[in-house]
Design a protein around this ligand. Structure first.
Ligand code: ADP
Ligand code: TZD
Length: 603
């Protein structure tokens, strides 16, 4: 650190050393050494609670806040669009269990960030959207302020909680409440509204320091009831065809060793949901991913760990579920480990809810199993394990055959076969993934080996998370990031390649480019001059976008090109974009969720 930076850092925190602030581009907000102000109180409140990074986009009224935050030693990552900053904050929250912070300007900036806040709430990611807002007096009388909007009211239905702070002395409480709301119980998105007038509000420095709160035990453990644990274990023991499903709540909980112990001790086949892949290596002998369509209907007792029975699991009913074995019981039985007491019975009957944090629930189950060790924990019947293994081996062999093909042009399989190898040799790299076919094929072809290494479109199947998630993953972990993107998906956040280059992040973006949404060969049936709605410019040179900002761009037409470019990117840690050319006829409409598409249904 040079002496100027050191001097700035030393003077930036008015509550620790109340010197007049000179980092604000000429504006001085702190009146005297004995005073602090809203800017500094907010920064100090965040730092006091272990927040070291904020993601955002500056402008009125938060421009100085971003400068002062950087001067005070926070890492400030500035984006080109607030939605991407918001996605970055939310996934940082998922990865670290600390709320990810996103800073935006008023009205339009706030609205741009709001999509990410709603997505965070939907996915149970802890995040705080801090937005500057215009003056209450003017907003409430609707007198037409600069970027006027009643932001608190708009954020409320989309956030787990929403707060506004009007007085500098309440900033400590506001931040503490936002942190508790974001990470306790079921995590979610929290909105914190800070009107412009709050930032320069001065107050006595010592009183300011005393008003800050270091949150004690922000996400208290929730211990499940003993009877609930026993009820669940009784059901599991009686099962002839048990199955465990791991969701992203299990990944979030960071109870990796206990989850692995529970699975291995019980010997039960398990199915990881997309972002739970890698909690145990996908190559684990009990992993039933390759036998998914067999185990879901055939299991008699299913234990959900941090996974909801939403659309991603066909709501626990219908053709996907309820095969022959379930009839013996009069239906499949469910055990659900979840922190939210309201989750059980949301789609089908849950016979044994176990409410608590995953870490406590899983360790309580392990302890109860160990206590019965005398009588012995019997592994599931061999005929069930053999049947699952047979399906799995058959499907793995079939996939290996498909992956061995080398068509020209490349298809999803031949390109992803390369990605699969690269991830296998770099298990610490983080894989970000979005698109339709690009998502579904990557999920099924690319094995993950470590927890929380796969970050994707989540509960909403939202496009646009790509570059925001990648930036946050690189910043938070320091590990290389591989983003596997459909060409449409990439377009939602593509401008952030500048951000990637600006911060010189070790991100390798691979665009599986098939010239359009889902595929690229549709034509306008009228023969008119406009292209069909799902197609893009043919043979687009996306790699030039990365080159424009000083990164490495590669045009890859063969698996060999792709392999070399990915290896170079990981080795050099340079920002890289590989435009991997895929057959434009490869890809089905909506990928694997065709059944949800009304037009595809008719076809
Ligand atoms: P997936 O999409 O992977 O199936 P979901 O997002 O549907 O996963 O489900 C995650 C579930 O995990 C939510 O019901 C949430 O309440 C729960 N959850 C999140 N964090 C924890 C935790 N620390 N302990 C227990 N449950 C958690
Ligand atoms: N907008 C948003 C925010 N989220 C969405 N999920 C969609 C639109 C609809 N959508 C999908 O569900 S996938 C997808 C869109 C536009 C893009 C698919 O094309 P792609 O991937 O090029 O990214 P493939 O590999 O060609 O299928």
């Amino acid at each position: 650190m040079d002496s100027v930076t050191a001097a700035r850092n030393a003077t930036a925190s008015a509550t620790t050393q109340a010197a007049p602030d000179t980092t604000s581009g000429g504006q001085t907000n702190v009146q005297s050494p004995q005073e602090t102000d809203g800017f500094h109180l907010l920064i100090d409140a965040l730092k006091l609670n272990g927040i070291d990074t904020v993601f955002g986009l500056p402008g009125i009224p938060i421009t100085d806040l971003t400068r002062k935050a950087q001067a005070a030693g926070l890492r400030v990552i500035s984006f080109r669009h607030e939605q991407n900053a918001g996605y970055a904050a939310s996934i940082a929250g998922f990865m670290t269990q600390k709320p990810g912070i996103c800073l935006t300007v008023s009205a339009p900036g706030f609205l741009n960030g709001l999509t990410a806040l709603a997505n965070a709430t939907t996915n149970c990611f802890p995040m705080i959207l801090i937005s500057g807002s215009s003056e209450r007096e003017v907003v409430d009388l609707q007198q037409g302020d600069y970027e006027e909007m009643d932001q608190l009211a708009i954020a409320k239905p989309l956030a787990k909680a929403a707060f506004r702070v009007l007085h500098a002395e309440d900033i400590g409480v506001g931040v503490a409440r936002a942190i508790r709301a974001a990470v306790s119980g079921r995590p979610g998105g929290v909105y914190l509204d800070l009107p412009a007038k709050l930032f320069p509000q001065a107050m006595d420095a010592e009183a300011g320091r005393n008003s800050l709160i270091k949150v004690v035990d922000p996400a208290p453990r929730q211990i499940p009831g003993r009877d609930a644990v026993e009820r669940a274990l009784d059901l599991l023991k009686a099962a002839k065809r048990p199955l465990i499903i791991l969701g992203k709540g299990a990944a979030y909980a960071q109870a990796d060793a206990d989850i692995r112990a529970l699975i291995e001790k019980t010997g039960i086949p398990y199915l990881p949901m997309s972002m739970a892949k890698g909690l145990l290596p996908d190559t684990h002998p009990q992993c039933a991913s390759a036998a998914r369509s067999y185990v879901l209907p055939e299991a008699d007792v299913v234990m959900l760990i941090g996974a909801r029975l939403n659309w991603l699991l066909s709501h626990g009913k219908g053709k996907t579920w309820g095969g022959a074995s379930a009839k013996e019981w009069g239906g499949q039985r469910f055990i659900q480990l979840d922190i939210s007491p309201q989750e059980a019975d949301s789609n089908v009957r849950i016979d044994a809810p176990v409410v608590g944090d995953i870490g406590s629930c899983v360790s309580a189950m392990l302890a109860a199993i160990d206590a019965t060790a005398g009588s012995g924990w019997a592994k599931p019947p061999a005929d069930w394990l053999d049947a699952v293994a047979e399906r799995r081996n058959k499907n793995v062999a079939k996939m290996a055959e498909t992956l061995a093909k080398d068509p020209t042009p490349m298809n999803f399989h031949s390109a992803l076969n390369v990605v699969r190898d690269i991830v296998k040799s770099n298990p610490d790299a983080i894989l970000v993934n979005e698109g339709a076919n690009a998502l579904d094929f990557t999920r099924s072809i690319v094995d993950m080996y470590k927890p929380r290494k796969r970050l994707d479109v989540g509960t909403w199947g939202v496009m646009g998370i790509g570059m925001g998630f990648s930036v946050a993953a690189a910043v938070v972990s320091g590990q290389p990031v591989i983003a596997i993107e459909g060409d449409s998906a990439f377009g939602f956040s593509g401008m952030e390649v500048e951000t990637i280059c600006r911060y010189n992040l070790p991100i390798c973006v691979v665009i599986l480019n098939n010239n359009g949404v889902y595929r690229g060969d549709e034509v306008n049936p009228t023969g008119g001059r406009d292209p069909a709605p799902l197609v893009f410019v043919k043979d687009a040179r996306y790699e030039k976008l990365m080159e424009a900002f000083g990164g490495v761009g590669v045009h890859a037409t063969t698996p060999g090109d792709l392999r070399k470019a990915m290896e170079d990117a990981i080795r050099s840690r340079r920002p890289t974009l590989i435009n991997a050319i895929i057959d434009e006829k490869a890809g089905t409409e909506s990928g694997r969720i065709t059944s949800l598409n009304p037009s595809a249904k008719k076809k």
